[in-house]
Design a protein around this ligand. Structure first.
Ligand code: PLP
Length: 382
């Protein structure tokens, strides 16, 4: 198999697998006071240090969750309820148009369920960058305390968002900032001033079902799950020891970003070959700063549906940028927000490279694309 879908999940790193094996052998509860409990606790706290380092945060601000989705939900609900308890109500949630459903769906659910909270969409430019000026105006207009949600980089296009500028406007307005850094951790430095920062383990080569919310000191946060006081009372329940151990090990490797230039080299060669073979091909977000591992592209005349099937038959795993429901392929909300037509966005394919990608993977995908483009075009000609 040729696996170029690291933005969906990045296979378990060997270091993470070794940590799982070690942690699973402990057989103690991190909350127990006896020796085995203390050994388990040490694993959790070491992992917390490693995740904090990856995030550029303090260990005590890291709350382990079951993944990026739960961490985003905890940040959104936790901020709204926490602010309510502190009598500093959040009445507006501004959400960028290109957020992951983990943010979009939870923000929408909050507005539906909690009286007095409404959401508004922050538009993006044709390059897939959040429109900072539009956000500035939105923050200035209207009243009420605001939670702003902007991801650090988009999962489909890899476009990196101008969080320094965004954070400044958020601070000036006295608002709060939630940054979903699920795709960004371990790829670029997370050097911005967020109140809530979200990371997911399986995107950096840890087990699925691990994630973290990092909360800045003083930011409101009510727990969603109360229990035995774990995670400083912010997320009850016995910790997922093996998962957290794998998260810590993966974070320690990812933090150096040592492999990123190599992955960027693979992606760049892939894109220059695409441009050479099919000059009419489009790379979405190509003019914006992008993560070095992500390529989201379309070759006119080739639908994502057909391409996905042909690549799959050749043992190649990539993603389609389009969602298929009731037999009809719809363009992704991200590409639509960038103003792209259904026709071009309906051909969007995403190849995302990672720690185990090799140069031969690039050749294999190109060879498979060569075959399928010729086939698609000869069908049209006939
Ligand atoms: N946020 C972004 C940007 C993502 O890409 C994903 C996963 O695709 C998530 C959140 C959800 O993370 P998890 O799969 O850990 O729940």
């Amino acid at each position: 198999m040729i696996y170029l879908d690291h933005n969906a999940t990045s296979p378990l790193r060997p270091e993470a697998l070794a940590a799982v094996t070690r942690a699973s052998a402990i057989g103690g509860n991190p909350s127990s006071v006896h020796a085995q409990g203390r050994a388990a606790r040490a694993v959790v706290e070491d992992a917390r240090e490693a995740v904090a380092k990856l995030a550029g945060a303090r260990a005590q601000d890291v709350i382990f969750t079951s993944g990026g989705t739960e961490a985003n939900a905890l940040a959104l609900y936790g901020a709204v309820y926490g602010a309510l308890e502190a009598e500093a109500r959040i009445t507006r949630i501004f959400v960028s148009a290109i957020e992951h459903p983990a943010v979009l769906a939870n923000a929408a659910a909050i507005a539906e369920r909690i009286a007095g909270v409404r959401t508004a969409e922050i538009p993006v430019t044709a390059d897939g960058i959040v429109d900072v000026e539009a956000l500035r105006v939105m923050l200035r207009e209207g009243k009420g305390r605001t939670l702003v949600c902007v991801m650090a980089a988009n999962n489909e296009t890899g476009v990196i968002q101008p969080l320094d500028q965004i954070a400044k406007h958020v601070r000036d307005a006295g608002a709060l900032l939630l940054v979903d850094a699920v795709q960004t951790a371990g790829k670029i430095p997370l050097a911005f001033d967020a109140d809530y920062l979200v990371i997911s383990g399986h995107k950096i080569g840890a087990l699925e079902g691990t994630g973290a919310l990092i909360v800045k000191e003083g930011a409101p946060l009510s727990p969603l799950v109360s229990g035995g006081g774990q995670e400083r009372g912010k997320r009850g329940g016995t910790q997922n020891l093996a998962g957290i151990a794998s998260f810590g090990a993966a974070a320690a490797v990812a933090a150096s970003r040592a492999d990123i230039p190599r992955q960027t080299g693979l992606r760049d060669r892939f894109e220059s070959e695409i441009a050479r073979r099919w000059p009419e091909a489009v790379v979405f977000g190509a003019k914006a700063p992008r993560l070095g591992n992500t390529s989201n592209f379309a070759i006119p005349g080739v639908t994502a549906e057909t391409a996905m099937m042909a690549l799959d038959l050749d043992g190649i795993c990539v993603s389609s940028g389009a969602a298929c429901s009731s037999g009809k392929v719809h363009a992704s909300h991200v590409l639509k927000a960038m103003g792209l037509s259904d026709e071009i966005a309906g051909g969007a394919l995403r190849a995302s490279f990672g720690w185990n990608s090799e140069s031969s993977d690039v050749d294999a995908v190109l060879a498979s694309l060569d075959k399928l483009v010729s086939r698609a075009r000869s069908r049209v000609a006939a």
